[in-house]
Write a protein that binds this ligand. Structure first.
Ligand code: NAP
Ligand code: HSE
Length: 438
C-alpha cells in the first residue's frame, strides 16, 4: 500500500524531532500503522535555514497555505506554534478534508472548541497528544484508559521549563535568568518564555486536561494563573524545613459547587512522588473513583520526547483513516453533545491550606495580634516558626502553615494583617495541597 503523505508546518525543535523519529523508526512505525508515513512537504518561514540544518532532501517551502491545500497530503502536522496563522491553516486543512496533528496547546486551549466542531463536521481527526506534558501519553490515558471512571481531581507539573528552572535554582543555587537561557538552548521553552515562567503554558495544558477529565468545554479564560517568578530562595528553604517542596502545579478539581481550574506554585509534602519530579520531567497525578490515584511521569519537553507523542498521533490517525467518523474516540473524551456546563469557580471560592510568610516587628504581642486576626477569620494554624531577625532591620520573618480555608476569607485576614503597624509589606502566600488520595 502507498505511504500516507504528511505535510509538516514548522521544522523547529519538534518538527525536526518528528522527522528524525519518523526516519529512524520507519520500519517499526510502518509495522504498527499498517502503512508507511512519508513527510512529503514542509513549510517554514526561513527556507534556507531549514535546508542548511541537514534536511536538504525534504521538499521545503515558505508556502504553508499550499501545503494545507495539497491534494496528495492526507495529514497536516502543525508544529509552528502561536495562534495565527496556525488557527487559519488548521481550519483550512480541515476544510480541505485533511486530518490534523498538532502540538500547539495554545491553539487547542483557545480555539479547540471551534476546531473540533469543524473537524467533526468534516469527519476528520484532530490529534493533540504532544500538546500536554510532552512525551507522556496523558491524553490517551485520560480519554481511553480512564474511560470507566469519574475523575475527581488532577494535579500536574505540566511545564518542563518551569520545573527545570526551579530544580536548578534549588539544587545548584543557579540564577533564574541563566537557567532560563539554558532551557531555551535545549529547546524546552516556548517562543515567548514568559508563557513558561508566568504559568500561561501550564494554564493552556490544564484547560485541555480538565476538559478531557470532566467533559467540560475548553475554558482557558477561566483558569486562575500564577507563575514562578515571585518564588524566593527563602520560601523554598522554609518550605523544606517544614517538610514540603514548592512545585508549580496545574490543579483541576470538581465538586458539587463547580470546577476549580488553577495554576500556581504549591507546597506539596516532600514524601509525595510528585514532589520529587525534577528538571524537565513532568508528572500528572489523577484521582479517579474506580481506579484510585495514578501518576503519569516522563519528559515534558524537548525534541524527541515531544516527537514521540506527535508520531504516536500520526500512527493513530493512519490506523483509523478508514473508520466511520462516528465511531472514533471523541476529541475531548466525551461526546460533543454531552459536555457539561458545570461552572468554573473563581479563585475566591476555592478552599486550600496556605503557607504564609510575613515580616513583623520583634516585640511581645505582635505575634498574638497576627494569630488573633487569623482566629477571628476562623483560620486555624497548623505550624508556626519565627526566625532570627533579618540583618539590619527590626523585623523577623514569621512562617505559618494554616488549615484549609476559603480564599476569600484568607484575603480578608491578610488585608488586616498587612494593615498592622507592626508588620511590613505584603504577606507572601503560597497555597498548600496534601494531594492524598482522599
Ligand atoms: P520552534 O523551534 O520555534 O519551531 C517553530 C517552527 O515553525 C520553525 O520551523 C518556524 O520556521 C516555523 N514557523 C513559525 N511560524 C511560521 C509561519 N508563520 N509560517 C511557516 N512556518 C512557521 O518551536 P517548537 O519548540 O518546535 O514548538 C512547536 C510547537 O510545539 C509549539 O506549539 C509548542 O508550544 C509545541 N511544543 C513544543 C515542545 C518543545 O519541547 N519545544 C513540546 C511540546 C509542544 P522558521 O524557523 O523559519 O521561523
Ligand atoms: N515550553 C513547554 C514546557 C514545552 O517547557 O513544558 C512543552 O509543552
Amino acid at each position: 500500500m502507498n505511504p500516507v503523505k504528511v505535510g509538516l508546518l514548522g521544522l523547529g525543535t519538534v518538527g525536526r524531532g518528528t522527522v528524525t523519529v519518523l526516519r529512524r523508526n520507519a520500519a517499526e512505525i510502518t509495522r504498527r500503522a499498517g502503512r508507511g508515513i512519508q513527510v512529503s512537504a514542509v513549510a517554514v518561514r526561513d527556507t534556507a535555514r531549514a535546508r542548511s540544518a541537514g534536511f536538504e532532501r525534504l521538499e521545503i517551502s515558505d508556502d504553508a497555505e499550499r501545503v494545507v491545500r495539497d491534494a496528495e497530503i492526507s495529514v497536516v502536522v502543525e508544529l509552528m506554534g502561536g495562534l495565527e496563522p496556525a488557527r487559519t491553516l488548521v481550519l483550512n486543512a480541515i476544510a480541505h478534508g485533511k486530518h490534523v496533528v498538532t502540538a500547539n496547546k495554545a491553539l487547542i486551549a483557545l480555539h479547540g472548541n471551534e476546531i473540533f466542531a469543524a473537524a467533526q463536521a468534516q469527519g476528520v481527526m484532530v490529534a493533540f497528544e504532544a500538546a500536554v506534558a510532552g512525551g507522556i501519553p496523558i491524553i490517551k490515558a485520560i480519554r481511553e484508559g480512564l474511560a470507566a471512571n469519574r475523575i475527581e481531581w488532577l494535579a500536574g507539573i505540566i511545564n518542563g521549563t518551569g520545573n527545570f528552572i526551579m530544580t536548578e535554582m534549588r539544587d545548584k543555587g543557579r540564577d533564574f535568568t541563566d537557567v532560563l537561557e539554558e532551557a531555551q538552548r535545549l529547546g524546552y521553552a516556548e517562543a515567548d518564555p514568559t508563557y513558561d515562567v508566568e504559568g500561561i503554558d501550564a494554564a493552556h495544558k490544564l484547560t485541555i486536561l480538565a476538559s478531557l477529565a470532566f467533559g467540560v468545554p475548553l475554558q482557558f479564560d477561566r483558569v486562575y494563573t500564577e507563575g514562578i517568578s515571585h518564588i524566593t530562595r527563602a520560601d523554598v528553604f522554609y518550605a523544606e524545613e517544614l517538610g514540603y517542596r514548592i512545585k508549580h502545579l496545574g490543579i483541576a478539581r470538581r465538586s458539587a459547587r463547580g470546577v476549580e481550574l488553577r495554576v500556581h506554585p504549591t507546597l506539596v509534602p516532600q514524601r509525595r512522588l510528585i514532589a520529587n519530579v525534577e528538571g524537565v520531567m513532568n508528572a500528572v497525578l489523577i484521582k479517579a473513583d474506580a481506579l484510585g490515584p495514578t501518576l503519569y511521569y516522563g519528559p515534558g519537553a524537548g525534541a524527541e520526547p515531544t516527537a514521540s507523542a506527535v508520531v504516536a498521533d500520526l500512527v493513530d490517525v493512519v490506523r483509523t483513516l478508514t473508520t466511520d467518523p462516528g465511531n472514533r474516540v471523541p476529541h475531548l473524551a466525551f461526546q460533543s453533545d454531552a459536555l457539561s456546563d458545570d461552572p468554573v469557580l473563581p479563585i475566591s471560592a476555592v478552599e486550600t491550606a496556605y503557607y504564609l510568610r510575613l515580616q513583623a516587628v520583634d516585640r511581645p504581642g505582635v505575634l498574638a495580634d497576627v494569630t488573633r486576626i487569623l482566629a477571628d477569620a476562623d483560620i486555624s494554624i497548623e505550624a508556626i516558626i519565627q526566625k532570627e531577625p533579618t540583618a539590619g532591620t527590626p523585623h523577623v520573618p514569621i512562617i505559618m502553615l494554616t488549615h484549609r480555608v476559603l480564599e476569600s476569607q484568607m484575603d480578608k485576614a491578610l488585608a488586616r494583617i498587612e494593615a498592622l503597624d507592626t508588620t511590613q509589606g505584603k504577606v507572601t502566600r503560597i497555597r498548600l495541597e496534601m494531594l492524598n488520595s482522599a
